[in-house]
Design a protein around this ligand. Structure first.
Ligand code: NIG
Ligand code: FE
Length: 412
């Protein structure tokens, strides 16, 4: 396997774990050496060990270097869009009101059921190509718009095919408990039975998901229903992650801590007791500021989580309702302006802590020897400037598993 080394790079942020949320470990005139898919060495270019001097040089053109960005919360595969609801909400309709009238998630469920596996696959392929151009190298992908055994399996099979068909890493999550589908409106117990006794065993048998997610909300699932679903998932080897406290404090953060979830996501309404519970249980909190922005909600209070010792990840929540954008760098800028993370803290949230939120911290999320050679060259002198001067795309090149995907020139 040929050795390669970056030359002529600017500031390189390793984003290694030690030091907490703000510690992104900048290395001036940093470089890295990689062999095939794997990083072999990282440090100042001046300290390059003689053993690596013969590695093939790759000119970074003075660019800033960060680990490949990880979008640890998306609903990537869905049919249709919901631009009409965007207008309705601007005119004053509430998200819950639209959901109760059969719109919202249920509308996307109708479109997704009608879409073929092939059509969903083709759309996701386009989304992933665009995400990679922005510097995203790994994406967590939820089902949750099929809500029948066959339509959930169809969605998860799209993710399996995507994992083999393009270079962005895919982490599949079963979100069978997104909402109770209309045909079970008068039989919630029947739907839970379907989830626990049919869908979860099928997903586990086909190894189609790594995680199970549930939307804990007045219009979705109650905490006791979530407990039952997540317990069944765990028995089948699927770890828990939860959508909680998005539209009100439903005790969701405490529930995430109680079930030992990997992550608790949204958290706009979480109170101090919920934050303390997450800290004690070591759950990653995932901020989703695009959803906050689109719903015009109060932002998740990221500073309080950081101060309590909870690692905060940042993701897009890309979906056709609350966050119709896959632009993770935009979410990072919003994590600064809405959630009050510093740019360095936001960067740690889309690298090291995002990797932790998908249980991939041993392989991904930082530029360290042994980790995957996923990294991005950015047109910026430092992290503050990158997230302050928002542009359509500041990425000059994205390297996935050591190989470059050319992204074209960044705008000035
Ligand atoms: O994360 N909260 C639940 N699920 C999505 C919204 C899905 C939708 O509106 O289609 C979210 O915001
Ligand atoms: Fe979501």
């Amino acid at each position: 396997m040929p050795l390669k080394r970056l030359v002529n790079a600017g500031l390189l942020y390793t984003c290694a774990a030690p030091g907490g949320q703000a510690a992104v470990h900048p290395v001036p005139r940093g470089t890295l050496v990689w062999e095939g898919e794997v990083i072999r060495w990282v440090g100042p270019e001046a300290d390059l060990p003689a053993a690596f001097a013969g590695a093939e040089p790759v000119d970074a053109g003075g660019a800033m270097v960060i680990p490949g960005l990880i979008d640890c919360h998306t609903h990537l595969a869905f049919g249709g869009w919901r631009a009409g609801e965007f207008e309705q909400r601007i005119l004053g309709a509430g998200y819950r009101e639209i959901a109760r009238a059969g719109g919202g998630i249920a509308a996307t469920v109708r479109h997704t059921r009608a879409a073929s596996e092939e059509a969903l696959f083709a759309r996701c392929l386009d989304f992933l190509r665009e995400m990679a151009r922005l510097g995203v190298t790994t994406v967590e992908c939820k089902s949750g718009y099929g809500l029948t055994v066959e339509d959930e399996l169809k969605t998860l099979r799209v993710y399996r095919r995507l994992a083999g068909a393009q270079p962005v890493g895919i982490v599949p999550t079963l979100l069978g408990a997104h909402v109770v589908p209309p045909e079970f409106a008068n039989d919630r117990a029947g739907y839970l039975h379907l989830l626990c006794d049919e869908l979860i065993p099928r997903v586990a048998a086909e190894r189609l998901a790594v995680f199970a997610d549930v939307f804990v909300e007045e219009t979705a699932f109650r905490p006791e229903e979530a407990r039952r679903y997540l317990a069944a998932a765990r028995r089948h080897g699927l770890e828990a992650r939860l959508h909680v406290d998005q539209l009100g404090d439903d005790g969701g953060a405490r529930l995430a801590a109680e079930v030992g979830a990997v992550s608790a996501d949204h958290l706009e309404y979480t109170g101090d007791d919920g934050i303390r519970a997450l800290a004690r249980a070591g759950v990653v909190a995932v901020a989703l500021p695009l959803a906050t922005l689109y719903l015009g909600q109060r932002p998740m209070a990221a500073r309080r989580f950081v101060e309590a010792g909870v690692p905060v990840a940042v993701a897009t929540d890309f979906n056709p309702g609350t966050a119709p954008s896959y632009h993770l760098p935009l979410a990072l800028t919003l994590a600064c302006t809405l959630n009050r993370l510093t740019p360095a803290e936001a960067l740690k949230g889309a690298t090291c802590y995002a990797a932790r939120a998908i249980r991939q911290e041993r392989r991904l999320g930082s530029l360290e020897p042994g980790k995957r050679a996923d990294f991005v060259l950015l047109d910026a002198p430092d992290v503050n400037y990158w997230l302050y001067h928002f542009r359509p795309n500041a990425a000059l090149a994205t390297f996935l598993r050591g190989r470059p995907l050319s992204t074209g020139a960044a705008s000035p």
